[in-house]
Design a protein around this ligand. Structure first.
Ligand code: NAP
Length: 269
């Protein structure tokens, strides 16, 4: 992967660090990447990868092709103005911060290309799901560059309407936590049904992993995969009668996603 003009990464923490590892694994030359990371231990670890690392923006080149903001959302208003001077004719600013709006970036950067994106935690193992939304200044070539950088940690989808980022946050952004809860609940229920805790947790983890992988590889829709393992009058059918009841998982998930969507809107102001 080649990004002529260089990449600046503001924030080399968990998500920034995961992206950086993905880029280097995909062949981005380390010398083309400039990371701003004030935390000395993290900075040292990143410098060992061969990328340029500084505690502040003083050592950055005059211009960059892509500037990625990977600091905590509450830091964003203080951080973004320092990067405005990097904007050349072809610079795109890419944010991975939850809840920070395109308008917020435009208020600091002016009329420049901005992409707002929302990754999720499986990005740390290259299995993330990132959804991105571009403002009107982003060219197709810049979208392709952002897509390439985000794909280094998993799948990428685009939405045209920024309003979609709230339900996106509620489904894929917060979604891993729902799946972790599913594992916890399945294991706890197994213990209640008589299994040893270690075994119950192992079964729950492996089942969610295997079912997730099967659902992602199979040609059939998840609903068909469910039907395929449900014999009439069998054990799965007995459990699904409970889970698919009117007040079952469908209703709970609708309420959970609606609550997260509402909260995402509130946080974005
Ligand atoms: N982790 C996730 O799963 C996840 C998922 C989706 C989206 N995101 C988004 O990713 C962003 C980063 O989250 P994270 O979990 O990676 O946080 P993190 O691990 O705390 O990383 C943020 C890094 O930025 C550094 N930093 C602070 N001030 C800075 C500055 N002025 N310039 C450059 N770097 C600075 C921090 O250093 P200090 O520790 O010294 O402050 C820290 O190392 C957030 O906006 C979050 O919404 C994260």
């Amino acid at each position: 992967m080649d990004i002529p003009g260089g990449i600046v990464l503001a924030g080399g923490g968990k998500m920034g660090g995961a992206l950086l590892s993905g880029w280097l694994d995909s062949g981005v030359p380390p010398g083309d990447v400039y990371v701003v990371e004030p935390e000395p231990d993290i900075a040292k670890r990143l410098a060992a990868l061969g990328v340029n690392v500084g505690a502040d923006t003083s050592g950055l080149p005059d211009k960059a092709a892509i500037v990625i903001f990977a600091v905590k959302p509450q830091m964003m208003d203080a951080v973004v103005p320092h990067y405005r001077s990097l904007a050349g004719a072809d610079t795109v600013f890419l944010s991975i911060a939850a809840g920070c709006t395109i308008k917020q970036f435009e208020s600091h950067l002016g009329a420049h290309p901005v992409v707002r994106s929302m990754p999720n935690t499986p990005a740390a193992i290259g299995l993330g799901m990132t959804v991105a939304c571009a403002n009107g200044h982003v060219s197709e070539a810049q979208k392709a560059q952002c897509q390439m950088l985000l794909e280094a940690v998993g799948e990428v989808a685009w939405v045209a309407d920024e309003g979609q980022m709230d339900p996106v946050t509620a489904v894929s952004g917060s979604g891993p936590a729902y799946v972790f809860l599913l594992i916890e609940s399945l294991a706890a229920a197994g213990v209640e049904a008589g299994l040893a805790p270690d075994l119950a947790m192992r079964l729950a983890r492996a089942t969610v992993r295997g079912a997730g992988e099967l659902a992602s590889r199979a040609q059939d829709a998840p609903s068909q995969l469910r039907v395929n393992v449900t014999s009439p009058g069998g054990t799965t059918a007995a459990a699904l009668d409970v889970l698919m009841a009117e007040d079952g998982l469908g209703s709970l998930m609708r309420r959970a996603v609606a609550a997260a969507t509402r909260r995402s809107k509130e946080l974005a102001g």
